[in-house]
Structure formats: structure tokens, C-alpha cells
Design a protein around this ligand. Structure first.
Ligand SMILES: O=C(O)CCC(=O)C(=O)O
Ligand SMILES: [Fe+2]
Length: 401
């Protein structure tokens, strides 16, 4: 069991690549025939929005809309999908052991549809009518954004509108999500941008540019061709887009995005409804799904089953499964939150990029969690592998190994 889950974590090399490029994959999840069969069974369920948590009201408009959000809360196959160990273990090897899924979304592209505009999302107030951030990281976190796992429910070729990424672009934002965009569904499929038809589901993402004269560095863009049933993992702060669907085939392209966060992030802290794409929906029935580990913060709402009663399986905190002590697992997760690529307890805090500033933050977090003076600076600087740091905390706090 432990051996099995271990193979699903990202390797040290993959993790380093992810931190450098802002994405990793694609990975195989379903065989194409298997995915095709799931999709066939799924289609009628997608159309039946009776039990969907945002059904009714003003949820439907434009080509993407609120009624295709969070269907993992009412469709069992999607509930299983977002909790698949192949996905969750890889995500939690990036985010730490305690991970939640806060959103899922379909991205359909029909033959002839425009490509998706280049964009980055940090706090997801980007298309929100109210302009409240939808996710808020702890104040001292180096990260922002969310991990997106985009699964190709159909084939995604260049001609059918596969994703495009600009590697390494996830570390600085070219867009200001506090600016507003006008929603104009009449322009969908009608706007040409540097020779390519692109839009953002009725919005024009260029309106959020920090510098109106800047243009994305498309020469460095890479196309993510994926076969049916594969998934790819990327930071939402990565510059991403998709090609138009050229209509050379009658088949649509369908992507399904699951979005993940550590439990330390606040989800929808400022709102009890969503207002996007010209529609709106109450968050009354919304809940996050804990997919791995546990929630030690208590500031988010969770649901433990779908509206139909399917219970979401929770992966054991993927780090805890490897014989790590609680403090070691906490330390690995915390280092990742601080932006360090911590893969195992043999890593050295300073060699993997810890600075005096990150050291101060780590000490403060350790004190917050385990008590005053549990991590004296001289001990942190003297014995700096994560194993040693955890041992220091354990012996000073009386926490058991
Ligand atoms: O599928 C697309 O065209 C866009 C997907 C996307 O922007 C996302 O998953 O964040
Ligand atoms: Fe996106």
C-alpha cells in the first residue's frame, strides 16, 4: 500500500522541473477507450443539472458558464476523478500533505471555436463581477494561484485546440486581477488577436494587462498535445492559452480542470455567491473536498460526500504514509509553502534555497504550531537538514517522533 502510493508522488527531478517550468506532464490516467466510455456515460448526466449545486437561477450564459462548475459535487464519476491517487499524490507532493479541491470546470471547444486567450490567474477575482479574491493564501506564503489538473476528456491536438504554455512564466503576473473586464458574449469567436482568433469566454483578458502595450512572448509557447485520458498539472499563474479548434474534424475538444490548494488557503473568504460570465449562483451548497491528509485550520467549509451521498475518498497525507513523524510531515509541507522544493527529510534547508528571511518565517511558524523557542536560530543554522530541524522541534516541544 505504502509502496504503491510512493510511486505516484512526483520524483525529485519532476518536482524540480515543475518548479522551473510551472507545469509537469502529461501523465496517463485512463486508456482512450476507457475515457471514451466514461464520457459517453457522462454526457446525459452533464445535461441533467437538477442536482447540480448551482442549478437554476441565472447560471447559464455564453459558452462556458457557472452551471459547468463543480459538477464533482453531484456526479460520481467526477467525484472519483478529482480524488484519483494518480492526481492527488502528485498534487500533494507539490502542495504538502493536506490538500483540498475547491473547484472543477469544463472547458469545451467545439469545431470552429476560438482559442482561449493567454492568461494567468492568481487570486481568481479575474472574471468575478464583485472583484473579490476567490482564494487567499496565508500572508507570508510565497505562492499564489492554484494547482490546476487539466484532463483531456477527448483528444486534444493542435488543430482541435490543445493547451499552450509559456514555460517558466508562473513567477510573475502580467495581469492585474483587480482591474475589470467587460463581458460581451456577442464577441465570442469574432476577435482576431495577432492573427489568431482568441477570447476568454465572452471576456477579453487583455483588459487586465498591467502594461497595455505588452504582448505575450508567443515565440516561447509550447503546445500541449494530449491523447484522450491524459492529464497535465500546472500553476494557474503560468501563462496559458489554447489554440482555436480549426473544425477539421466534427469532434469537440473537452478539457476538465480540477483546482487544488493546501488547506491553509482561504476559499471564498469574502463572498456567499459567484457572479461570472453574466450569471450568478449562490454558494449555499458549496463545499471544498479534502482529498489528502487533514484540515488543521478550520477556516474552510468542507463536504464529505456528493449531493447523492457518494463519499469522497481521502488519501492519507501522502507524506505521513512514509513513516514520517507528524513534525517531519509538517516541516515538509511548510517548506513547500515557503517556496522551497522540499522532497524528503534529507534535504538541507539552506541548500534548497532557504534564506535568512525564510528561516525567520519558518521559526515563526514552528513557534505558532509547537510553542515558543522550539526552534532556536542557532540550532536551525547549525543542523539544517529537515530531519535535524524536525528533531530539534520534537525535543524542544515534547512532540513525539
Ligand atoms: O481549456 C482551455 O482552453 C483553458 C483552460 C484554462 O484556462 C484553465 O484550466 O485554467
Ligand atoms: Fe486558466
Amino acid at each position: 500500500m505504502i509502496e504503491e502510493s510512493k510511486t505516484l508522488q512526483l520524483s525529485k527531478e519532476e518536482l524540480a522541473q515543475f518548479h522551473r517550468d510551472g507545469y509537469i506532464g502529461p501523465f496517463d490516467l485512463y486508456e482512450p477507450e476507457e475515457m471514451a466510455a466514461h464520457l459517453q456515460a457522462l454526457r446525459p448526466k452533464l445535461l441533467n443539472t437538477k442536482n447540480a449545486i448551482y442549478s437554476g437561477g441565472r447560471t447559464i450564459s455564453g459558452s462556458t458558464n457557472l452551471s459547468n462548475y463543480d459538477r464533482h459535487l453531484d456526479i460520481d464519476f467526477l467525484a472519483e476523478h478529482i480524488t484519483r491517487p494518480e492526481i492527488v499524490d502528485r498534487v500533494s507532493s507539490i502542495l504538502g500533505p493536506d490538500t483540498l479541491c475547491w473547484r472543477s470546470e469544463f472547458f469545451p471547444k467545439y469545431p470552429g471555436d476560438e482559442g482561449t486567450d493567454w492568461h494567468q490567474a492568481d487570486n481568481f477575482s479575474n472574471v468575478a463581477g464583485s472583484k473579490h479574491p476567490q482564494i487567499v493564501w496565508p500572508e507570508d506564503a510565497e505562492f499564489g494561484g492554484t494547482i490546476t489538473v487539466w484532463t483531456a476528456f477527448t483528444e486534444a491536438s493542435v488543430d482541435m485546440g490543445c493547451l499552450q504554455f509559456i514555460p517558466g512564466s508562473h513567477k510573475s503576473m502580467n495581469y492585474d486581477e483587480s482591474k475589470s473586464m467587460d463581458y460581451n458574449p456577442d464577441l465570442i469567436n469574432k476577435v482576431d488577436k495577432d492573427g489568431v482568433r482568441r477570447g476568454f469566454f465572452g471576456y477579453d483578458y487583455r483588459q487586465l494587462q498591467k502594461d497595455p502595450n505588452w504582448t505575450p512572448d508567443e515565440a516561447n509557447a509550447v503546445s500541449q498535445v494530449m491523447r484522450q485520458g491524459q492529464f497535465i498539472i500546472f500553476w494557474s499563474t503560468l501563462m496559458h492559452a489554447s489554440h482555436p479548434h480549426l473544425g477539421l474534424t466534427d469532434n469537440m475538444r473537452l478539457g476538465f480542470a480540477g483546482r487544488y490548494l493546501p488547506t491553509s488557503v482561504h476559499v471564498y473568504p469574502h463572498s456567499d455567491s459567484l457572479a461570472e460570465f453574466g450569471g450568478s449562483a449562490s454558494l449555499d451548497k458549496f463545499g471544498n473536498v479534502l482529498v489528502s491528509g487533514q484540515d488543521n485550520y478550520g477556516h474552510n467549509r468542507f463536504v464529505d460526500s456528493t449531493v447523492n451521498g457518494y463519499r469522497f475518498p481521502v488519501r492519507e497525507g501522502s507524506l505521513g504514509g512514509f513513516g514520517l513523524s507528524d513534525v517531519q510531515a509538517w516541516l515538509l509541507g511548510t517548506c513547500r509553502e515557503l517556496g522551497l522544493p522540499a522532497q524528503d527529510v534529507n534535504a538541507n534547508f539552506f541548500e534548497m534555497g532557504g534564506t535568512s528571511l525564510t528561516a525567520v518565517k519558518l521559526i515563526a511558524k514552528a513557534e505558532q504550531n509547537f510553542g515558543e523557542d522550539v526552534l532556536p536560530p542557532e540550532d536551525l543554522y547549525g543542523r539544517s537538514t529537515l530531519r535535524d530541524i524536525a528533531a530539534t522541534i520534537e525535543s524542544n516541544s515534547g512532540a513525539s517522533a
